[in-house]
Design a protein around this ligand. Structure first.
Ligand code: PLP
Length: 317
C-alpha cells in the first residue's frame, strides 16, 4: 500500500524571512546550457552526486575582478573528471567562458566560483555508473572565507580531532571531492572543545588537513606541510611557489601532532580565505600566541599576487 501524499495545504507556511535565507547567497549559476539565479539552480534527488557523493568539483576565486590561478584549478578539475570516468560537453576554453560569464552576470568583483561534475543519473535508473548522464554545474557567489576578519587578525583557534581522514587508497584525495563526513565530525569535535575549526589525522596518526584547508607548520624559519592523504591544494602549491620566490625552505612530509604543537607558527591555506594564521591548538598558544611574521609575510605576498598577470586573469564584465 502506498503512503498517502501529504496535502500541500498541510505544509507549514513559509515566512518571508525563511524565503530570503533560502535565496542566499546571491549569485549566478550555469546548468543545462542556461544561466540562472543561484536560487533556481537545482538538481534531481536521484543524482548520484547527492546519493553517493559521486562527484568532483573545483573552486577558484575572483579577487578585485581577477581569477586567481585559474589554469591550475582547471587542470585539477579536468584531471579529476578523467579519473572518475566522467565527461562534460565543454573544453577548457568553453569552461573558462562559462565561469567568466557566471561572475560577470553576478556582478561580483570578489567571488567564490565553483565548477562541479556529478555522475548524474541513468534514464533507466540503472545501477551501472557507466549508464549515467553526467551533469555539469558552475556558479559564482560572493567570496567566502574559512576565517572571518577577527580570526584573521588574531589567528584561528583549532582543535585536533582523533578522526581519521578517509585514506587515499579508498578515495584519491587528488580528485577534489565531497567526502566530508570525517571533516564534519572533526568540526563537531572542535566545537565541543571550544575551538573554531579542526585538523584531522591521516591513517598513521599524523596531521592530515581540515575542513576545506591544508596546513603548514613553521619551525626555525622553514615550512612543512603534510604530504600523505591530503588534497594537493592550489593555495598549498602557491605557498611552495612563494617560498621559492623569497628563498624560504619548504617541504612536504609527515607532521606529527607533537610537531605541530611545538611549531613557531602554524598557518592554513585555502581558496576560501588564502593563507590564514592559527594561534591556538587544543587550547594552548602556538609559539608566543601571536600571528607570526612568516605567516604575515606570506599572506601579504599572496594577496599582492592577485593583480599580477602571471598569477591572475581579468574577468570580462
Ligand atoms: N583540503 C580540502 C579537503 C579542501 O576541501 C580544500 C579546499 O576546498 C583544501 C584542502 C584547500 O585547497 P585549495 O587551496 O585548492 O582551495
Amino acid at each position: 500500500m502506498t503512503a498517502p501524499m501529504t496535502k500541500l495545504s498541510a505544509l507549514p507556511a513559509i515566512d518571508k524571512c525563511h524565503i530570503d535565507r533560502r535565496r542566499y547567497p546571491h549569485g549566478v549559476a550555469f546548468m543545462d546550457g542556461q544561466y540562472l539565479p543561484m536560487s533556481e539552480a537545482k538538481i534531481s534527488v536521484l543524482d548520484w552526486g547527492l546519493l553517493h557523493s559521486d562527484a568532483t568539483y573545483d573552486t577558484v576565486h575572483v579577487w578585485n575582478g581577477r581569477f586567481f590561478r585559474l589554469e591550475l584549478h582547471l587542470d585539477r578539475f579536468f584531471a579529476g573528471i578523467e579519473r572518475l570516468h566522467m565527461r562534460i560537453p565543454y573544453g577548457r576554453e568553453e569552461l573558462t567562458s562559462i565561469l567568466n560569464n557566471c561572475v560577470a552576470l553576478s556582478g561580483h568583483k570578489s567571488a567564490y566560483v565553483e565548477m562541479i561534475c556529478t555522475r548524474g543519473s541513468s534514464p533507466t535508473f540503472s545501477r551501472d555508473p557507466r549508464q549515467a548522464e553526467n551533469r555539469f554545474i558552475a556558479f559564482a557567489v560572493p567570496f567566502g572565507s574559512v576565517a572571518n576578519k577577527e580570526q584573521l587578525d588574531r589567528g584561528l583557534h583549532v582543535a585536533i580531532s582523533e578522526t581519521v581522514r578517509i585514506p587515499p587508497n579508498s578515495v584519491d584525495p587528488s580528485i577534489k571531492n565531497y567526502h566530508w563526513l570525517d571533516l564534519v565530525k572533526g568540526l563537531f569535535d572542535a566545537y565541543e572543545s571550544g575551538a573554531e575549526t579542526a585538523l584531522i589525522l591521516d591513517a598513521n596518526g599524523n596531521i592530515a588537513e581540515g575542513p576545506g584547508f591544508n596546513v603548514f607548520v613553521v619551525k626555525n624559519g622553514s615550512l612543512k606541510t603534510p604530504e600523505f592523504g591530503v588534497l594537493p591544494g592550489i593555495t598549498r602549491r602557491t605557498v611552495f611557489d612563494l617560498c621559492s620566490e623569497i628563498g624560504v625552505p619548504v617541504t612536504a612530509g609527515d607532521v606529527s601532532t607533537a610537531e605541530i604543537k611545538l611549531a613557531d607558527e602554524v598557518l592554513i591555506t585555502s581558496t576560501a580565505g588564502g593563507i590564514m594564521p592559527v594561534t591556538r591548538i587544543d587550547g594552548a598558544p602556538v609559539g608566543d600566541g601571536n600571528v607570526g611574521s612568516v605567516t604575515r609575510h606570506l599572506s601579504d605576498l599572496y594577496w599582492r599576487k592577485h593583480d599580477h598577470p602571471a598569477w591572475s586573469t581579468a574577468v570580462e564584465y
